[in-house]
Write a protein that binds this ligand. Sequence first.
Ligand code: SAH
Length: 393
Amino acid sequence: MSRKTVILPKGPRAGKRIRAGSPWIFANELRMDAAAKAIAPGSIVNVRGFDGQGFGTGYFNPHSLIAVRLLADDCDVTIDAEFMAARLGRALALRDALYDKPYYRLVHAEGDGLPGLVIDRFDDTLTVQTGTAGMERLQPVILAALEKLLSPRTVILRNDAPSRALEGLEADVRVLKGEGRRIQLEENGVRYFADLAEGQKTGWYYDQRDNRAFIAALAKGKSVLDAYSYAGGFGIAAAKACAREVICLDSSAPALALAEESARANAVKIQAVRADVFEELERLGGRGETFDIVLADPPPFVKSKKDLEAGARAYRRLARLAASVTAKNGLLMVASCSHNIGMDRFAAECAAGLQRTGRRAALIRQAGASPDHPVHPMLPESAYLKALVYALD
Ligand code: SAH
């Protein structure tokens, strides 16, 4: 079957974005004629200008707003196991340089030149997540390349990201190879437990690794409230760094059970509290209870662009309530994993929330995700994680 071509129409704006280096082409930037619409979702295509100029090889979905995601800068590049092995090998070499233990995000989509693909590595266990029709079609090729590169013992498919619906894909969560979805991992010298089939997202949030290390380094002798703790990423790290007291607060019982298991594995004590964070902060604040370090790392409050104002208000309120339980001279971290709110707006909302408490705040750290979550320079929205740490008077 010969390869199909999609065409950028004539006009000064056509191809402007990909000429500038973006890996995405939106549907309204293409000549969406009957021939283009008839191309099966997920097909590999060449992208050309109306005059035949080549813009690269990508995959195409006529039903998606992001119609093309580029895989290579040249046309007619063969996207096979060899291509995948080269991209995966590059991603692996970067992680090998960054980390001395095999626990990290191995592939972070566009940031690793593999749009729509996320792979997390837990030693010999891999979770693979495809988010687009194009990557879904390439799944067999990806799995073959992974087999050659790492021969993993266990491979778990975590194809349940809600964004798959935009590509016309169904949820599909399966153990493809091996068993043992419940695993141990190591990060910053701390042991954690995760459940890769049941847990949230791909089972573990490696993106907060550096922020956890930053907080842990300040935790000795302190009382710590880890709000939205999930499996205890921040809390256990703080406890291991000799915090005086750690409370992990989350609404999920399975997540808290993992946190308790991790505490035992590290021979540290935590208190797991199952509650709604906003309600618990109101309650603690009402009783005048405070903590030396307060961490608030909520699920995304801005799930889509239309939620921006409501989500922004929620971040402001969270910052205010979290500050109200932060002790004098304490530290407060507020994080956002919503890619639909930028750092500037998020920081402005946190500042407004802090302002309401009448406390003087000094911003001592503005960070994103760890470097195993590389950002494509032309896709600033792929820098979704924002973590702000304040020292409060
Ligand atoms: N800080 C964690 C990641 C947090 S993910 C880490 O370092 O790994 C967000 C968490 O918020 C999830 O565990 C989810 O169960 C929890 N959550 C969502 N809504 C909540 C609510 N209203 N109250 C308490 N926890 C909530």
